[in-house]
Design a protein around this ligand. Structure first.
Ligand code: ZN
Length: 119
């Protein structure tokens, strides 16, 4: 379950950034997760709940996690059709060839976080 490792890193990064801005509390963390990114939202939520209350993460103890899903999109290199692929091997629904270039859905990143200068 690589979500544990990913989330550990995210909480650590946000914690560091919040400290450098002299924040006293992190209220909200927003992530953008592509449907083809191989990251499971439920596992992320679980990992977040585990990490946010760890002793060295006191800034994030009451933070809320918001996960925004990015829908997958592919464009066929042959006919130019745009469609939503279900997997990373993308078959164009018109040409029936694996000719799709994925243009969205593989994202995994921190969108934003909200902190507060008071507790
Ligand atoms: Zn096509």
């Amino acid at each position: 379950m690589h979500e544990m490792a990913l989330m550990g890193e995210i909480v650590h990064l946000i914690e560091q950034d919040a400290r450098s801005k002299e924040m006293k509390q992190v209220k909200k963390v927003e992530l953008l997760v592509g449907t083809l990114s191989n990251v499971l939202p439920d596992a992320l939520q679980f990992a977040f709940d585990v990490y946010k209350v760890q002793a060295d993460n006191c800034l994030t103890a009451d933070a809320e996690l918001v996960i925004h899903m990015e829908r997958a999109r592919a464009i066929c290199a042959i006919c130019g059709k745009e469609y939503e692929p279900a997997t990373k091997i993308t078959q164009c629904p018109t040409c029936l060839l694996p000719s799709g270039n994925i243009v969205a859905g593989e994202t995994f990143r921190i969108l934003a976080y909200e902190g507060s200068l008071t507790t």
